[in-house]
Design a protein around this ligand. Structure first.
Ligand SMILES: C[S@@+](CC[C@H](N)C(=O)[O-])C[C@H]1O[C@@H](n2cnc3c(N)ncnc32)[C@H](O)[C@@H]1O
Length: 555
């Protein structure tokens, strides 16, 4: 009788190698040292071992959230598996860092070894998913139909399948990567080497092969046996909690916003940090949340309304043009109802998402925003808002219902604090299965873009104010080199201590590139003033960077 090949454990496992552009790899090897960078690279391919939840303390408490989440976990199959595999009394715990008791962790588990051949006579049938789909699945998501690229022939609904990732492969030309697979392909060779080490779990198909490529949405595979078990809290306790990486929460603490202050969040969407800042201010003061993208501004509006936060105003604004030119004054006055600040949309009077629905007329919105606020206590935010109304005329803060007001920018020195959570290469996000597209030139270009944004941010903070700069990348060109630029160019800026400080030090020194370009990083003594979150460290967070500047007298 013919013996069937048993599944090869080296092939049927999760052991991806993150691919980088060779020059980028050289640069990071120089920056971190080869061993450390290898650890960072490995850590990036894995999800963090816990989900981090920020509790909306304006609406609820950590204890109430823990109780609700425990109930949800106890009632779901995935949750029960988590409880069993976790080995502790409960996978849910409150953050122990002083001041962060409103942060709740739900611990997952993994990597688990999966017996892909258990009970099968031949190698398992396979479903190949896109890299993006796989990264979401590793974070706890389902395998949805659009993420499926290919599968073995004759797959029927209810079949046991191994799920693996379609990874970019190098092409003929340098820097040329492709997946070499069109959607709907039939996987022929069960031993095809490009899928070795890229198996993320075993599950049961919810559709036949034909169904997977015919229906537009739905779950394709019920992935009951996962390499990483992390709870998915998608659509759970909306408005009460927000899933957010720990360093992002720390960035809001670094800004240290005070009740009643006027704060600018320059690149705000989807609003994770904006809402964290609003909660830290107990919803008292004014936060202007700006973003370049109209639709993303609507996301911030939706999140603010969902979380019941009233101190957030939003606007569509290119951060590179955030400082209003003197001649724009009259333009904006004419354009936006006598508003000499810019067109911003306020959520103070919106109580639900429904009220944000596109298509609602401005008149209706204005009517809803004219309701007097109840209660005897008049907050500082309310006083500030009313002062603004008197000064600027009615209309500045009127909601435009599903539309993002376009701002002309803001006068210099008009904010107490500014957060520049800059768009970046995102090379700290986890899990990441491919990084080959960034080149040293593209990494430098990110830094150049960020420096231009910082030039604007510096002008908008008043003397005595605070500027926080953050990114979610491990790339020094976007982190330490941007801080060096800021400190060298603006002598009135100084690095300020951050609380809490749980991240590691920044990089000191410089890097000389083969093309002669020299990049300067931090000077000795500055490294402990920034927070650099290392994905391979015990904190097990995404890669993230935070610098906090005090703004001294500007001459
Ligand atoms: C890192 S994300 C911000 C995340 C956000 N701070 C949060 O915590 O939810 C960067 C944002 O910058 C925005 N962006 C990119 N270029 C911009 C520009 N020139 N002006 C304003 N926003 C910009 C992007 O639309 C994106 O939403």
């Amino acid at each position: 009788m013919e013996t069937k090949p048993s599944p090869d454990p080296e092939r049927y496992c999760y052991d991806p190698v993150l691919r980088w552009d060779p020059q980028v790899e050289d640069y990071f090897n120089k920056a971190y040292g080869p061993d450390h960078f290898a650890q960072i690279s490995k850590a990036l391919t894995r999800p963090s071992s816990y989900s981090c939840i920020r509790v909306n303390t304006v609406k609820t408490t950590s204890d109430a959230v823990i109780e609700k989440l425990t109930k949800i976990l106890n009632e779901s199959d995935d949750g029960l598996k988590l409880l069993q595999s976790d080995g502790r009394s409960s996978p849910i715990s409150k953050c122990q860092i002083p001041g962060l008791e409103y942060v709740v962790f739900v611990h997952g588990s993994g990597p688990h070894r999966i017996e892909y051949g258990a009970g099968l006579e031949s190698p398992p049938k396979e479903v190949l998913v896109s890299r993006k789909c796989a990264e979401a699945v590793l974070r706890g998501a389902q395998v949805y139909v659009p993420g499926v690229l290919a599968c073995t022939a004759h797959v029927e609904k209810g079949d046991a399948v191994a799920v693996c990732v379609a990874m970019e492969q190098p092409g003929d030309d340098e820097g040329d990567w492709s997946v070499n697979m069109t959607r709907g392909t039939t996987l022929q060779d069960p031993f095809y080497c490009e899928r070795s080490g890229l198996y993320i779990g075993m599950g049961t198909t919810m559709l036949s092969r034909a169904g997977m490529f015919r229906v537009p949405h739905g779950v394709a595979v019920d992935l009951s046996n996962r390499v990483f078990r992390l709870p998915s809290f998608h659509n759970v306790l909306e408005g009460e909690i927000f899933l957010q990486n720990l360093p992002s929460i720390i960035a809001a603490h670094a800004l240290d916003p005070q009740k009643g202050e006027r704060i600018l969040d320059m690149c705000a969407a989807p609003g994770g940090k904006t809402t964290a800042i609003a909660i830290r201010m107990n919803d008292e003061g004014e936060i202007v949340a700006a973003d370049r993208s109209h639709n993303k501004v609507l996301d911030v509006q939706k999140l603010s309304a969902e979380m019941g936060l009233s101190c957030i105003t939003t606007c569509k604004l290119d951060a590179l043009k955030s400082v209003r030119l003197p001649n724009a004054l009259s333009d904006s006055t004419t354009l936006v109802n006598g508003d000499n600040i810019g067109s911003v949309t306020n959520h103070s009077d919106l109580s639900s998402n429904e009220e944000m629905a596109p298509g609602r007329s401005e008149a209706e919105e204005n009517a809803s925003t004219e309701q007097p606020s109840g209660g005897d206590n008049v907050s500082q935010a309310e006083i500030r808002k009313n002062k603004g109304r008197l000064k600027n005329g009615r209309g500045r803060t009127q909601s435009q219902g599903g539309r993002a007001g376009k701002s002309q920018g803001f006068p210099p020195n008009s904010f107490d604090r500014v957060l520049l959570d800059a768009p970046c290469s995102a090379l700290g996000l986890r899990p990441r299965l491919f990084a080959g597209l960034e080149t040293v030139i593209s990494l430098r270009n990110h830094g150049r873009y960020q420096r231009k944004m910082l030039d604007q941010a510096v002008q908008l903070v008043r003397v005595g104010g605070i500027l926080v700069y953050s990114t979610c990348t491990i790339n020094p060109s976007e982190n330490e080199a941007v801080v060096r630029y800021a400190l060298d160019k603006y002598k009135f800026l100084s690095l300020a201590p951050q609380h809490p400080r749980i991240g590691g030090p920044g990089l000191v020194g410089r890097c000389e590139f083969p093309d002669g370009y020299v990049e300067e990083w931090l000077k000795p003594g500055e490294e402990e003033m920034v927070q650099k979150f290392d994905p391979s460290s015990e904190l097990d967070t995404i890669g993230f960077f935070i610098a906090k500047f005090s703004v001294g007298p500007k001459d």
